[in-house]
Design a protein around this ligand. Structure first.
Ligand code: PRX
Length: 629
């Protein structure tokens, strides 16, 4: 195992100072802990106005040699992936570094035998089984760019992502288990592939054994792997070669394919993983995210494996077979670091605490939270009942675009403060801005921005560098703008207050309102729609859609049911609005712009905070919406 960790406040403060005074020397020293085929010539070149960011330029490496081969000399038998299946009666799997290395090499050879090569884009649409992590690593092994699509997305969403990156191959499975449900992944993939001319091979893992249809481009995983041997030299990559694409929602209908590159991403995910969670050799670390999201990429696969950790991968859901599954798994595998989302905590908090107490959680040392602001009640429940007031809680703020955790405490090393993500990591320069882009000092509320690059910042949006510039670097020139608001206390701790754009975080999932509106507008009887978020007890936020029908309908319920299905089919079930309200108009300015601020207040029931609506083009619709909600 490599050790990049600050174990006390003194070394943390020294690191912070060093990173501030000489970022390049700081990152260079950290990067020297990894295996490079060729050392970089230049640590960093950047220009946030262009924008352009490059790290460890001229360096050559393969991330899988750092995640796998390197550990074979020191800890071949250490468990790399500990797999806990959805069904508790199915045996857990302990996959050692040696086994993982050989399985990754075999899959890498299987990909090559089916035509994949360096630079190709390979889409992965799989359940949370070890083969998913293996597939990701196998792509990296041969220098193919993986694009993992969360297995809850619809056929249309999958096709859009495959086509955006012109993927040549799809890796999928017959089906996937999640709680008491079986997702027909192959059927969904078949539907998607009808619209994906660039895919010339689809490799299918048998997981559920359910009946599926078979097409000419399909290959069974278990048959193809038979022919693949376990020796596969790693493709040598430039530090700035793309490692993967991962799609995230934006303010327009089209998802953004964030591109992460090999060198900087490896250095930052490993560095942040070890420091934030204070991982020690032999610890069992569990992140409950899905590998379909950035949290799974950075903190189930790459970060933990790069330092030689044991990472637990869970196929199921917190409620199956009962609401104590998380705690049962923690006790069963003696989990030391547990990293989950506030929405899961809030859902579990609603159930009797006896469900937590019946399990021995004494192995837990560190708790983590990610994906959305954690409210005080959930924070204290987590602290009291799961951590028994003895486990530090790291509230980690970051994004798909940032690649790794940027603002957080380090477990047990730096002070925590409930509901605050606290301080930027050493090497991260966060600031608060006012609306005009002036830096604020001291205790303030404002717009969060980052003023110097860190190694794992996304380098572009696949195929659309202009959009990358517009979304992240144009609002406040000279800064990276993440789209979040924050407040800062006198000690410099940050509390994230939420999105300042049209993205809503629902159950920790980042959902743009625009793609949902586009989906609703596809209905033949919908003229216009507007979707906003409103506060929700468990999900943090939920969606309220206002829709205007072309013709009034006798039965709104049927229309609403059709609209919900339409959203599920176009994007995925996670995007279905909680509420759909049929209205005759939307509040608009005289120039015709929808007043989302008013819709947000209406959806939240905050009628006394609507402000002056008399200047609207159509103030009467506000009354109508209030009357009918
Ligand atoms: O609004 C912030 C929220 O999640 C957004 C990023 O979403 P995504 O790219 O899907 O990545 C989620 C996992 C890293 C952010 O812009 N967010 C994430 N973590 C936190 C958070 N909000 C408050 N506190 C956090 N710890």
């Amino acid at each position: 195992m490599i050790d990049l960790t600050y174990r006390n406040l003194e070394s943390y403060n020294q690191a912070k100072e060093k990173a501030k005074n000489n970022p390049e020397a700081f990152w260079s020293e950290i990067a020297a802990n990894f295996h490079w085929h060729k050392k970089w010539d230049t640590v960093l070149e950047y220009n946030f106005h262009k924008p352009e960011v490059k790290w460890f330029i001229g360096g050559q490496l393969n991330i899988t040699e750092n995640c796998l081969d390197r550990h074979l000399e020191t800890q071949p038998d250490q468990t790399a992936i500990l797999f806990e299946p959805n069904n508790p009666s199915e045996a857990a799997q302990h996959i050692s570094y040696k086994d993982l290395h050989s399985r990754v090499c075999r899959v890498a050879n299987m990909l090559k035998a089916n035509g994949a090569k360096k630079g190709d884009r390979i889409c992965i649409y799989m359940p949370m089984v070890p083969e998913l992590a293996i597939a990701v690593l196998a792509c990296a092994r041969i220098g193919a760019i993986h694009s993992v699509v969360f297995a809850g997305f619809s056929a249309a969403a999958l096709a859009a992502r495959i086509n955006d990156a012109s993927c040549s191959m799809l890796l999928t499975a017959d089906g996937g288990y999640r709680g008491d449900k079986v997702t027909p992944l192959k059927d969904i993939a078949d539907e998607a592939l009808k619209k994906c001319p660039t895919v010339n091979c689809s490799i299918v893992l048998k997981r559920t054994g359910q009946a599926i249809s078979w097409n000419t481009k399909d290959v069974w995983w278990h048959e193809a792997i038979e022919k693949a041997d376990d020796h596969c030299p790693a493709e040598i990559m430039d530090s700035e070669d793309p490692l993967f694409i991962l799609y995230t929602s934006g303010s327009t209908g089209k998802p953004k394919g964030m591109v992460h590159t090999c060198g900087g991403y490896m250095v930052y995910t490993a560095y942040s993983f070890q420091n934030v969670f204070q991982y020690n050799k032999g610890d069992i670390y569990w992140c409950t995210a899905d590998i379909g999201w950035i949290t799974g990429h950075s903190y189930i696969v790459y970060g933990p494996l790069a330092v030689g950790a044991t990472t637990l991968m869970f196929e199921g859901v917190p409620s199956y077979p009962d609401f104590d599954r998380f705690w049962e798994v923690c006790a069963k595998h003696k989990v030391n670091q547990f990293y989950t989302a506030p929405t899961a905590i809030r859902a579990l908090e609603k159930h009797p605490v006896a469900l937590v107490n019946k399990h021995d959680l004494s192995s837990l040392k560190v708790l983590g939270s990610v994906g959305e602001p954690i409210n005080a009640e959930a924070w204290h429940w987590y602290d009291d009942h799961v951590g028994k007031n003895k486990c530090p809680i790291v509230d980690t703020w970051w994004q798909t675009e940032t690649g790794g955790i940027l603002i957080t405490s380090l477990a047990g090393v730096t002070p925590q403060k409930p509901t605050y993500a606290t301080l930027p990591m050493p090497g991260v320069q966060a600031v608060l801005l006012d609306n005009d882009g002036n830096e604020l000092s001291g205790e303030q509320e404002g717009i969060l921005a980052i003023k110097h690059p860190w190694p794992s910042i996304a380098r572009t949006i696949w195929g659309d560098h202009e959009r990358y510039k517009n979304v992240y670097f144009s609002a406040y020139p000279g800064y990276y703008f993440p789209g979040d608001g924050a407040l800062r206390d006198t000690e410099g701790n940050y509390r994230i207050t939420g999105r300042v754009d049209d993205v809503v975080i629902v159950s920790g999932h980042n959902l743009g309102t625009a793609p949902i509106e586009n989906a609703l507008d596809e209905h033949e009887n919908i003229v216009e729609s507007a979707v906003v978020g409103f506060p929700h007890d468990i999900k943090g936020n939920a969606l309220h859609a206002f829709v205007i029908p072309r013709e009034p309908v006798a039965d709104n319920e049927t229309l609403i049911a059709e609209l919900r299905t339409l959203v599920a089919n176009t994007i995925g079930p996670i995007a279905k609005p909680d509420r759909i309200q049929v209205v005759s108009g939307l509040p608009k300015t005289r120039s015709g712009k929808i007043m989302r601020r008013i819709l947000r207040k209406l959806a939240a029931g905050e009628y006394d905070q609507l402000g002056d609506v008399s200047t609207l083009l159509n103030p009467e619709v506000v009354e109508e919406i209030k009357r009918n909600s």
